[in-house]
Structures are given as C-alpha cells and as structure tokens.
Design a protein around this ligand. Structure first.
Ligand code: 5MM
Length: 337
C-alpha cells in the first residue's frame, strides 16, 4: 500500500476552501433528475450536462474532486479530451463510484446492503489507470421503530471496510459513506444514536481489515430529525450535535469529513457546514461532498438555457462560492439573495 500517495490525495481533497462535487448519480437517478426538468435522458444528454458543469470557469476555486459514474469517466469533456484528463488539467482530482447499489438485505424487509465487492480489485486498477485517484461507496441505513437491525449495520460496515482496504491497495483513497437517511419521523437524538452506532461498527471493521485511516475520508450525514418529525432543528443545534458526534465517534487520524447533503436544501447544507466550521478548531477538516446541494438549482437553470451555458454557470458559480465560504465559516445568509 502506497500510504504516502493515499495521504497526499486525501489531504488534497480536503485542502483549504475546497470540497467535492458528487456527480456520480447512477443512470437511474440521473434519468429521474433530467426528466424532472424536461430533458430526455441519454448518454449524450448526461454527458452534455456534466461536461458543462465541469467547464464552469471558476470551478477549481471550490472543487478539489469530482465523483464520477462509470459511464462519465469514459466520456469526453467540452474540449474533446477525456473527462479525467480534463479534470486533472483543472487541478481537480477525478473520483469514481465503485459500489453497484443498495440491494435488499435478506430477511430484513425495508433494509439494504450495498453490493459491489466482486471484481472490485480489477475495477479499481482500471479506474486508477484511467486517472481516478479516489473512490466512493455508499451504505444506506434507514431509521424506524425497528430499524436499523444489527444485521444491516454489521453487513454494511463489513462491506465498507473491505471496499476501503481494496481501494487503498490499488492506490485509491476510499470515501467511506454510511448514510443514515432523513426519511422517517425520528427526532435528532435518535439520528445521533443510530449514526454513532453505525460509525462505531464501521471503524471496528476498518481496524480488522487494516484500513489506513490517514488515507481515507468519511462522508457522513449531519445529525437532523427525520423529514416526518414534527419539529426541525435550528442551524446551531444541528451543527452542535453533529460536531459533538464527530469529535467523539470519528478517529482523529481521519484527515477530513466530507458531508453529504441528503435532501437538505442548498442553503441549509451551506449554513450547517458554515456553523460547524465556526465551532472549530476540529481534529479533521470539515468539508463537503454534496450532490443535490451543489447541483439542484444549476440543473434546472441548465435545462432552460441549453443554448447558453453561461446562465447555468452563473448559478453554479454562486453555489460553489457559498460552499467555498462555508469551509472557513465565512458564509452568511445575506450573500444568498
Ligand atoms: C449524486 O448521488 C449519488 C449517487 O446516488 P445513486 O447511486 O442513488 O444514483 C449519492 O450517493 C451522493 O453521492 C450522496 O448521497 C451525496 O449526495 P447528496 O445529494 O445527498 O448531497
């Protein structure tokens, strides 16, 4: 294992003022997203949209890495070069989603285990060859009165750790993403407790598999009540609970936390990260790996202005600038209007 390469990639990804753009929607998800804005989904429209995102003039100020899907890593950028080469040339590290999705967990209705370990070593070697330097695997944990089961937590933690070990062997920094979903009517205290259990199981398995923590990143949910809960957390409560959880449940050798947005609005996800960075110092960088919270408004704008990408670029540049400011706690709500 090349620990020096892994550590330098991980530190690059969470360098000052920058974070990750999650653009690794599977074809099923991307089709829903494109159809929701009236665009037919095809390999070419998916390429057109993503290539236009990556061509935003100031993207490198806020984005250190982009997570790609298998289809996208094989496609070309706006100038005809391969997307991984194009990103490298813009000082952005290409990453790749390597899981093959969350599949039903046998004997546990409503729960899933994320698959993709078969052939993973060979796929990682190919992606490294194509220019990828990090990878992502997302486990999905649902909360209800009876969920998550021990089986769901342990199988997903085991798979995450095996994925991480294989990636590191092949030179890719693993982003370890155990997402506790916002669906449900649970309160924030329950989200905290479940996330703490999931993280503890994940680190236990990482230890067994020999994962090199300084060469890995964590992509967690923030601590929030479920969408169906009667009250919402204010920004400070979410930030305090999340910071408290991470300080006590994430090994301090991990160089960075790159949050998912998980269905928060663009402004909520920015405000929460900003507040957390104002509560520092922290033992690790607190950054982003947002999908929807960086892309939602941009996608709608792009769909209406496909003949003039500068309109969508303006919207994406604003979102990127807000995330960039949140990295240092310098964002404020009045910058949004
Ligand atoms: C971009 O969406 C990712 C892939 O989703 P599917 O495999 O379901 O198509 C997703 O894993 C994403 O990287 C994370 O959930 C973070 O995105 P959000 O939108 O939660 O910030």
């Amino acid at each position: 294992m090349d620990t020096a390469l892994l550590e330098s990639t991980a530190n690059f990804l969470v360098g000052p003022g920058r974070g990750i753009l999650a653009a690794d929607e599977s074809n099923g998800t991307m089709t829903k997203r494109l159809e929701s804005v009236g665009v037919e989904s095809s390999p070419e429209t998916r390429r057109e949209y993503r290539a236009s995102l990556f061509a935003m003039p100031t993207i490198s100020k806020a984005i250190s890495g982009v997570i790609l899907y298998d289809e996208t890593i094989r496609q070309n950028a706006v100038d005809g070069t391969s997307i991984p080469d194009y990103l490298h040339a813009r000082n952005i590290m290409p990453g790749i989603k390597v899981d093959t999705g969350a599949k039903p967990l046998a004997g546990h209705d409503g729960e899933t285990v994320t698959e993709g370990l078969d052939g993973l070593r060979e796929r990682c070697a190919e992606y490294f060859e194509m220019g990828a330097r990090f990878a992502k695997w997302r486990a999905v944990i649902r909360i209800s009165d009876t969920m998550p089961s021990e089986a769901c937590i342990s199988t997903n933690a085991h798979a995450l750790a095996r994925y991480a070990a294989i990636c590191q062997e092949q030179g890719l920094v693993p982003i370890i993403e155990p997402e506790v979903l916002m669906e449900g009517d649970h309160d924030a205290v329950r989200c905290y407790a479940v996330t703490a259990d999931v993280l503890a199981a994940t680190w236990d398995e990482c230890k067994v598999q020999g994962v090199h923590l300084p060469g890995a990143l964590l992509k967690p949910n923030m601590v929030l009540p479920g969408k169906g809960h009667s009250t919402r957390s204010d920004v400070e409560t979410c930030a305090r609970m999340t910071v408290d959880l991470l300080h006590s449940h994430v090994p301090h050798e991990i160089p960075g936390i790159v949050f998912l947005s998980g269905g928060q609005t663009e402004v909520e996800a920015t405000a929460h990260l900003n507040m957390m960075n104002n509560m520092g110092p922290h033992p690790f960088q607190l950054s982003y790996s947002y999908g929807r919270a960086l892309q939602a408004t941009t996608l709608k704008t792009w769909a209406k202005n496909r003949d003039d990408v500068s309109v969508a670029h303006k919207v994406f540049a604003h979102r990127c600038e807000m995330a960039h400011l949140a990295r240092s706690g310098s964002w404020s709500a009045n910058l949004e209007v």
